[in-house]
Write a protein that binds this ligand. Structure first.
Ligand code: NAP
Length: 453
C-alpha cells in the first residue's frame, strides 16, 4: 500500500491525526520533525539556533531521503517540507498526499503554537506563512481535508487511505457515444489514486435506459457519467437526486452506493470552477447566455445560484428561453431579460454583461455550424470574459475574435475538465485538489482533442 503523506501548516493536525490514523490502520507512523530530532540528536529549536532555517531544511531533506523507500506508512511532514521540490518528489513517489486544510481561525483559537520556532512570540505570523505556502500545498497534494471536527477529519483520512486498495468500475452512457472524451479524462485523473480503474463507453439507446440501469448500472458499476439523450430521463429512475441536479432537471454523474443510485449534476460546478480559475467570480455580476438548451439552463441556474445580479438570455427559441427565465426567477429570484437571435435592433444591454457565454453549437468543428456574423463582438464590453462552451476546436472563431478585441476568454475544454474532476470527487467520496489531477488530464486531452478534427 502507498504511504499517506500529510502536509499543511503548523497546527493543522498532521501529527495528532496521523498518529490516530496509523493506530486505527495498524500502520507505521513517521513524524518527520521527531525523526529529524532523533537523527540530529538535538531538538528543533537548537538546530534552528545553531544552523538557521537553511540548516534545518537540509536536515529535513536528509530525513525525508532516509524514509523515501518506505511503503504502507503514515507520514506527518513539517509545515515547510513543501518548500523544497526534491522533498515532495521523494514523498509523492510512493505516497498519496493529503493537504490538511484546517481553517486558520480554528488553529489560532485552539492550538498552542508557542513552541514552533518560526512562530515564537507572534502566532499570527501563521497567516503570512500560510499565504505563501498555500499554493505549494495545493501543488503537491492529491486531496484536501477541510473537515473541522477531529472525528470527521479522521473518518475522511481513513476513507482516503482505502482508495489505493480499491478497484473502480466506471462508464459513460449516451447515444451517440463514440467521440466521448470521458474515458481518457477520468482514467488520467483517477489511475494513480486507485488500485485499478476501468472506464467504458456504453452506447445506450433512449428506450433502453431503464433496462441498462438494472442490468449494468446497478449491478456491475461503481458509477457512471450520463450524456445526451439521458440526462433528464434518468432522474425518475434513480434512488436519490442531489438538490442542484433536481433544480436544474438533469443529471450527468451517478454514484452507486450499495446498489442505490445517487444522481448529481457537475456541469454547473464545472462552468463555475473554470470561470473562477480564469480569475472571474459570478457574485454580483451580469451574465449573458446565448442559447436555451441543456447547457444554457445549467449555466443560468448555476450563475443565479452563485449570486449573479441579472441574466440576459439570447436565443432563437423564445419558448425555451421563457422556461429558463421562469425557473431562474422562481427559484433564485434573479432577474432575466430575453432577446431573440440574431439581435436585430441596436439594443446593447446583453453585450454590456461581465460574462458572455456561448451555449449553442455555433462554432463547433465538423458541423459547418458557425455564427453567420461575429459583428456583435464589437458591441461587447471590453472588460467582459467570453466563455465558449465548445471544446472542439479548443479556440473557436468567437474566442479568437474576442481575444483580438482585447477580451479575456475561457474555452469549453476548461469546463469539460472541471466537471469531470467534480464528478471524480463524487466517485471517490473525497475532495481532489485539482492541480496534479488536472495536469494529468490536460496532458492527455491536448492530444485527444487534436485527434478530433
Ligand atoms: P442543446 O440542448 O441541443 O441546445 C443547443 C442550443 O443551441 C439550443 O438553444 C438551440 O436552439 C441552439 N442552437 C442550435 N443551433 C443553432 C443555430 N444555428 N442558431 C442559433 N441557435 C442554435 O445542446 P447543449 O447540451 O445545450 O449544448 C450546447 C453547446 O454546449 C454544445 O456545443 C455543447 O458541446 C456545449 N457543451 C459543452 C460542455 C462542456 O463541458 N464544455 C458541456 C455541455 C455542453 P433550438 O432550441 O432552437 O434548437
Amino acid at each position: 500500500m502507498k504511504n499517506i503523506v500529510l502536509i499543511g501548516i503548523s497546527g493543522s493536525g498532521k501529527t495528532t491525526m496521523g498518529k490516530a490514523l496509523a493506530k486505527g490502520l495498524s500502520r507505521e507512523f513517521i513524524d518527520l520533525d521527531s525523526l529529524i530530532v532523533k537523527r540530529e540528536n538535538q531538538d528543533i529549536e537548537s538546530i534552528f539556533s545553531k544552523r538557521g532555517e537553511a540548516g534545518f531544511r537540509e536536515a529535513e531533506s536528509e530525513a525525508i531521503k532516509s524514509i523515501s523507500k518506505k511503503k504502507n506508512s503514515i507520514i506527518a511532514c513539517g509545515g515547510g517540507a513543501v518548500l523544497k521540490e526534491e522533498n515532495m518528489n521523494m514523498l509523492t513517489q510512493n505516497g498519496i498526499v493529503v493537504f490538511m486544510n484546517r481553517p486558520l481561525s480554528d488553529i489560532l483559537n485552539t492550538v498552542n503554537l508557542s513552541d514552533r520556532p518560526l512562530l515564537r512570540g507572534n502566532p499570527r505570523k501563521l497567516l503570512d506563512i500560510f499565504e505563501k505556502r498555500k499554493v505549494l500545498y495545493e501543488k503537491y497534494a492529491d486531496f484536501q481535508v477541510k473537515e473541522k471536527a477531529e472525528d470527521e477529519t479522521l473518518r475522511m483520512l481513513q476513507h482516503i487511505s482505502t482508495l489505493p486498495g480499491k478497484a473502480m468500475r466506471l462508464a459513460v452512457i449516451g447515444d451517440p457515444i463514440g467521440h466521448s472524451l470521458s474515458p481518457p479524462i477520468h482514467i488520467a485523473a483517477l489511475k494513480p489514486l486507485l488500485k485499478n480503474i476501468t472506464y467504458e463507453k456504453n452506447q445506450v439507446k433512449k428506450n433502453m435506459l431503464a433496462q441498462w440501469l438494472n442490468v449494468k448500472g446497478r449491478e456491475k458499476l461503481d458509477g457512471f457519467n450520463v450524456t445526451m439523450p439521458h440526462k433528464e430521463d434518468i432522474i425518475s429512475l434513480l434512488d436519490y437526486i442531489d438538490e442542484e441536479a433536481r433544480l436544474i432537471g438533469s443529471v450527468n454523474t451517478v454514484v452507486n452506493r450499495g446498489g442505490k443510485l445517487w444522481g448529481y449534476n457537475t456541469d454547473g460546478d464545472g462552468f463555475f470552477r473554470a470561470l473562477k480559475n480564469s480569475g472571474r467570480s459570478i457574485c454580483g455580476l451580469t451574465v449573458t447566455i446565448i442559447g436555451s438548451g441543456g447547457a444554457a439552463i445549467t449555466v443560468a441556474m448555476k450563475a443565479a445560484r452563485e449570486g449573479a445580479d441579472a441574466l440576459h438570455l439570447v436565443a432563437r427559441n423564445g419558448e425555451a428561453a421563457d422556461r429558463i427565465s421562469h425557473k431562474v426567477e422562481e427559484i433564485y429570484k434573479t432577474k432575466c431579460y430575453k432577446y431573440g437571435l440574431p439581435i436585430h435592433d441596436n439594443n446593447l444591454d446583453p453585450w454590456q454583461s461581465d460574462v458572455i457565454v456561448n451555449a449553442t453549437p455555433l462554432g463547433m468543428a465538423g458541423t459547418g455550424n458557425e455564427f453567420k456574423d461575429l459583428a456583435f463582438v464589437d458591441k461587447i464590453n471590453r472588460k467582459a470574459t467570453i466563455f465558449d462552451l465548445i471544446y472542439n476546436p479548443m479556440r473557436t472563431k468567437l474566442m479568437i475574435a474576442a481575444e483580438n478585441a482585447g477580451m479575456k476568454t475561457v474555452g469549453g475544454l476548461e469546463m469539460l475538465i472541471e466537471q469531470a474532476l467534480e464528478a471524480d470527487n463524487r466517485y471517490l467520496g473525497a475532495e481532489l485538489i485539482s492541480y496534479r489531477a488536472r495536469k494529468r488530464v490536460v496532458d492527455i486531452l491536448e492530444k485527444e482533442v487534436e485527434k478530433l478534427w
